[in-house]
Write a protein that binds this ligand. Sequence first.
Ligand code: COA
Ligand code: MG
Length: 304
Amino acid sequence: MKPNRSNLSVPGHVKKMHSKALNCEADVIMLDLEDSVPANKKHEARRIVIQSLRDLNWGSKTVTVRINAPDTPFAHKEIIEIVENAGERLDAIVVPKINHPGDVHFISRLLDGVEMGCHFKKKINIEASIETAKGLEAVSKIAKASSRIKTLVFGVADYSDSIGARLVSLSGHGENEEKIYPGHRWHYPLSKIVATAKANDLLAIDAPFGSFKDMEGLKRSAALASALGCDGKWVIHPDQIEIVNEIFTPSPKEIERAQLIQDTVKKAGNTGRGAVAIDGKMMDQATLRLAKKILDQAAHLKLV
Ligand code: COA
Ligand code: MG
């Protein structure tokens, strides 16, 4: 799969932002029809998104469209119109507020029909957004509901709403979080999503960080997500892309250390030892597997 470190959300009705997104370094561009588009612009946004998908030169960029939730009057029309008119240039449909595997079956069947009608050779993937208490409860069944699902993403703002959390941190996981709740307030849902994604060979992606002027807050939020096993993070402003890409890319120091661990543990194995010390730290076969993961990621990004 192509890298998925940063996923830029771009309001579907704001055409000039589409051209701006084209020239940025985000791994994924998501043209949004949901919460960045007001209700009276949904139709126009759909038309503009189709135009952009057809007319702009996206090159090898991964491009997705976030539709409205399955239980709205928009979702079915958006899939039919967007896939019929511009499906060839679409990598995935992002589906918000998935509550139940039935939501995935509905989207997947609709895609089957439209793709067959258009004689598409490739299948469009689904990115499932888990952002309700119901969705989190059913996440394991949702992850298995269709082979089109390649990614699970956490939606922090709607999740807060669905569990009835107080309106204290408006921007995602930044503002005031540590004052309200020492520790990582979203540790449980994010970890549950990560474990489910990994058990099903999917990517796990973190929610965006809404305080787009607070670069230190963004770094911290992305580093926490990376430490919890996420593969990437949504961003809502072009200025956030560089930091998020950096956090989800193995650093030269990490790569060097992983190489040292790999060489040393393998060499120790040849002399009959499974565990060995490097700088006063125990390294064994489990550490070797971790090191190998870093080297695989680095190879995937063509860094080694
Ligand atoms: N995608 C592409 N371009 C974007 C962008 C985005 N998400 N956000 C900002 N830009 C562009 C602006 O058009 C502007 O371009 P210009 O210099 O050519 O005029 C430039 O980046 C600087 O924007 P700025 O003035 O700093 O932003 P703002 O104050 O106008 O808007 C937000 C701030 C947060 C409202 C805006 O970034 C945005 O709409 N983000 C996406 C929101 C979204 O998708 N929400 C749903 C997410 S789950
Ligand atoms: Mg949401």
